[in-house]
Design a protein. Structure first.
Length: 393
């Protein structure tokens, strides 16, 4: 029996799969299949392994931490690993003098962000925008727009709304009981499409004027994905609260709720918690990841140029396959003419040694989630495979 067959006998089919690729291990920008082939990885999990697979510094940090201690319940005893990570994060996040609550996933970071906003404001409502994805747990799902993900679960979190991306639409929903607006600056599951800068600035101002917390979900766009450490930097934006995860720890399950100090101070002790918050091994991976990504940032200008030029070449050469490119900096979505065409392109690319994933309403967007640390040569190689696959179609 192969892994697909074995999986089917024990694991729930509720999880959908992009491919049937069976892998053995990974190193850098490559995955190594049980078929003995190497696959260039432009998926990075789903935009998770920012430093590539098994970066030696991450592996070293994790092994050293594992030898010392694996679990520390932060609510029972203190340890340096989670504090060290938060100290590093405090220097790089777009919220000044921020405080952190560490989680195990992006959904939990969103849950924490929503809970903090509700608790501290004393209001209940939450507004998000069409096309946004914030996670699968009940609170996060309540601010996830996609009908297919919400259907079948009955009533979700009361007083949660999905607005069109217009200031008027948001303002119409403001009944005086809105705790927060939560947005993605670059929609991840929504096709790597960036929000309009002017709209974001106006929305941010509206929230500040109306005492509505402005939550930015950078679970997917954070940690170098856009070519800057956070997408907020492109927008010149300081949110009240942020949700982080994915790239934060190169694949270890870790996330963070980032809070303005005054919000954190008003979120009273015991109002939130968690057994595994700030797991030391995950935090060691996180600290190493932040160091690696900070070193990588000066190289991103050249890499953004490489990927933009490669995309534009594909657009010019294969207009029957690609409609346009969208996104922000390094975080680019290549929009195909249809979901079916995108699926065929991905399948052909995989056969030629390149793993691609899609997003967008109909799976029509190739979301280019190469590692942040991919070299220009690796990027060029990946785009050459995309061009070859497009040429075959
Ligand atoms: N927010 C955003 C923007 C995401 O892209 C995701 C994951 N795709 C989540 C939240 C949820 O993260 P997780 O799957 O780790 O719960």
């Amino acid at each position: 029996m192969n892994l697909v067959e074995r999986s089917d006998k024990v694991l729930s089919r509720v999880l959908s799969h992009f491919t049937t690729l069976e892998i053995d291990h990974g190193a850098g920008a490559y995955l190594y299949g049980l078929d003995g082939k190497a696959y260039l990885d432009f998926a990075s999990g789903i935009a998770v392994t920012a430093t590539g697979h098994c970066h030696p510094e991450v592996v070293h940090a994790v092994l050293e931490q594992t030898k010392k201690i694996i679990h520390n319940c932060a609510g029972v005893t203190y340890i340096s690993a989670n504090i060290e990570l938060a100290e590093k994060l405090q220097k790089i996040v777009p919220i000044k003098d921020a405080r952190f609550f560490l989680t195990q996933s992006g959904s939990e970071a969103v849950e924490g962000a929503l809970k903090a906003a509700k608790y501290v404001s004393g209001k209940s409502g939450v507004i998000t925008l069409q096309g946004e994805f914030h996670g699968r747990t009940m609170g996060a799902l309540s601010v996830t727009a996609k009908k297919a993900y919400r259907d079948g679960y009955g009533e979700l979190m009361p007083h949660s709304f999905i607005a069109e991306a217009e200031l008027d639409a948001v303002a119409r929903l403001n009944d005086g009981n809105i705790a927060a607006v939560i947005i993605e600056l670059v929609k991840g599951e929504g096709g790597y499409a960036a929000r309009d800068k002017d709209f974001v600035q106006k929305l941010r101002e509206y929230c500040a004027q109306n005492k509505i917390y402005f939550i930015v979900d950078e679970v997917q766009s954070g940690f170098g994905r856009t070519g800057k450490m956070f997408a907020c930097e492109w927008y010149g934006l300081e949110p009240d609260i942020m949700a982080l995860a994915k790239g934060i720890a190169s694949g270890f399950p870790l996330g963070a709720v980032v809070l303005k100090k005054e919000i954190s101070d008003a979120w009273k002790t015991s109002a939130h918690g968690g057994t595994y918050t700030g797991n030391p091994v995950a935090c060691a991976a996180g600290s190493a990841t932040v160091d690696i990504l900070q070193r990588e940032m000066p190289r991103m200008v050249a890499k953004i140029k490489t990927v933009e030029e490669a995309c534009d070449k594909l657009l010019a050469q294969y207009p029957q396959i690609f409609l346009k490119r969208q996104g922000l900096g390094y975080m680019i979505g290549l929009v195909c003419v249809s979901g079916a065409v995108c699926a065929e392109l991905r399948q052909r690319a995989l056969a030629s040694g390149l793993l691609l994933i899609s997003s967008g309403a109909a799976g029509e967007v190739v979301r280019l989630a190469y590692p942040i640390t991919a070299t220009i040569t690796e990027l060029e190689k990946g785009f050459a495979i995309i061009a070859q696959a497009a040429g075959e179609m």
